[in-house]
Design a protein around this ligand. Structure first.
Ligand SMILES: O=C(O)CCC(=O)C(=O)O
Ligand SMILES: [Mn+2]
Length: 201
């Protein structure tokens, strides 16, 4: 399916509304929820420890370490399902990925705060490819400095692939807000490439 360019200043973002998956999206969702060794990570806010409002798992090629939101993650080896999805995502994004962070939003109360994917191990101008399966959720984008630019809201439907590249992370933050309406589960897979100098021996 053809990519739709999202016209945003100081960024380069496109969406492929429905990518080809190895199984029906509902089955991918069901299997990922059932078979992933989910972790509840904690975050420290104003000196107090909280559980992050979502579950995560991190898969990567062997030997890769990644620090995400100040949490050091040890990777799980790729499953066949994730590897097949990776191949299709690499074909579309025209780049290779050696890791995927999987986020599980169980219901409307789960969310991800506004952030940029700008950890040093991602290098400059990273390509981040983000696949959504399950309940559609709103993806917010806010410019980091140009407050006159409106917040952008993009609905991410099941089986859609959002690709952020170029100077997007440098200029914009993104996140998934909580919802007021009841929401079913959503799993999001963000494929990333971790720079070689950060790969442990
Ligand atoms: O769930 C999403 O669509 C966003 C995930 C994300 O921004 C991240 O994992 O860094
Ligand atoms: Mn992100």
């Amino acid at each position: 399916m053809t990519p739709e360019l999202i016209p945003i200043q100081d960024a380069s973002i496109y969406i492929v509304p429905q990518i080809r998956l190895p199984l029906e999206a509902e089955e991918v969702l069901r299997r990922l929820i059932a078979e992933t060794p989910w972790r509840a990570e904690s975050i420290v806010l104003w000196g107090k420890k909280y559980l992050q409002p979502r579950l995560i798992a991190w898969f990567a090629d062997t030997g890769i370490r990644y620090t995400y939101s100040r949490t050091r993650l040890d990777p799980i080896p790729w499953t066949d399902l994730l590897n097949e999805i990776r191949q299709e995502v690499e074909r579309i994004a025209k780049t290779s990925f050696n890791s995927v962070l999987v986020n599980y939003y169980r219901n409307q109360h789960d969310s991800m705060g506004m952030h940029s994917d700008d950890e040093p191990e991602l290098g400059s101008n990273p390509v981040i490819a983000s696949l959504s399966v399950g309940e559609p959720r709103i993806f917010l984008l806010k410019h980091r400095v140009r407050k006159e630019l409106k917040t952008i809201r993009i609905k991410l439907n099941s089986a859609s692939l959002l690709v952020m590249q170029g100077n997007t992370q440098e200029n914009w933050r993104h996140g998934i807000p909580k919802e007021r309406r009841p929401c079913g589960p959503r799993v999001n897979l963000t494929f990333r490439h971790i720079a070689r100098r950060h790969i442990a021996d």
